[in-house]
Design a protein around this ligand. Structure first.
Ligand SMILES: C[S@@+](CC[C@H](N)C(=O)[O-])C[C@H]1O[C@@H](n2cnc3c(N)ncnc32)[C@H](O)[C@@H]1O
Length: 264
């Protein structure tokens, strides 16, 4: 088996951190090593030096490396209290149309959950545009397909599944008219010029990403999100992701058990 030096793993994790914000602690380098070995075997690469050299000049290979190391775990209606709060805010403000960003969207369950929630609560009474963004191009590919295993749908009632999916060969396909309303892009939360091109949003969902970021990268990402939110817009983070000790410009608003972050 090829020897992967801890020096080489550290150098690679540094490159990954600088570009994506994903911080791999030294004690987790063994996890990187396992994923890297699989990647190297698939790509016919024989040393970390070769990996580092190649990704410097081959963007597509770098994207594949990122896809190989990201954690894409997600499911429909994850932390659904956030979607209830979203509906409450839209009702309170009497909004007639909304633009929502799901970043990171992983394989699409989060943005499609938002679409289903909006359909259920507002039907044709609300215009909406939902954009899903993730750095992992394969996750985005799957999100665009909108085809899921039963496991991903466990939190959905039978009625919702019947209404928004059709089943074929044990796979669940998102209804085409819902699929059409959600756009997906490959992108990086630290790439501000890219985010700016998406326009301004009423709501940003950025859940279960900051667990992989350290303080400086969280602050950089929060600054970017702040800049692409409309005034009065809201940011949702996962319930376990707090911003203690992190510099940001948001107003913190508590709504029942949910904390949301508002741009004044
Ligand atoms: C655990 S999933 C979270 C998905 C969804 N938001 C949820 O809460 O279920 C984390 C995702 O973050 C993506 N990711 C990691 N670094 C990123 C970055 N710098 N920009 C955009 N997406 C990133 C990964 O590819 C992965 O799909």
């Amino acid at each position: 088996m090829v020897e992967l030096s801890s020096h080489g793993l550290k150098a690679l994790s540094r490159i990954i951190y600088e570009t994506t914000g994903i911080k791999i602690e030294d004690r987790k380098l063994s996890v990187l090593e396992v994923k890297l070995r699989i990647f190297m075997k698939r790509k016919g690469l024989s040393s970390i030096d070769e990996v580092i050299e190649r990704i410097k000049s081959d963007r597509s290979l770098f994207e594949e490396l990122i896809a190989a190391i990201t954690v894409n775990e997600t499911y429909f209606f994850r932390e659904r209290e956030h979607f209830d709060v979203l509906v409450d805010i839209i009702k309170e403000k009497g909004m007639r149309s909304v633009k929502i960003l799901s970043l990171p969207c992983s394989t699409g369950e989060e943005p499609y959950s938002i679409a289903i929630y909006l359909e259920e609560h507002f039907g044709k009474g609300l215009g909406y545009e939902i954009i899903g963004v993730d750095i992992d191009k394969y996750a985005v590919m799957r999100a665009k397909e909108g085809v899921y295993h039963k496991k991903s749908l466990l939190r959905l009632s039978k009625d919702i599944v019947k209404k928004y999916f059709f089943e074929k060969d044990d796979l669940y396909y998102v209804r085409p008219d819902i699929k059409k309303k959600v756009l997906f892009y490959v992108g990086n939360i630290l790439d501000y010029p890219f985010l700016k091109r998406l326009g301004l949003f009423d709501f940003v969902f950025c859940r279960n990403l900051f667990i992989y970021f350290d303080k400086p990268k969280k602050e950089e990402a929060l600054k970017n999100i702040y800049a692409i939110l409309k005034r009065g817009g809201y940011l949702f983070l996962a319930k376990t992701e707090f911003l203690f000790g992190i510099k940001h410009n948001f107003q913190i608003e508590r709504r029942g058990r949910v904390i949301v972050y508002r741009k004044e």
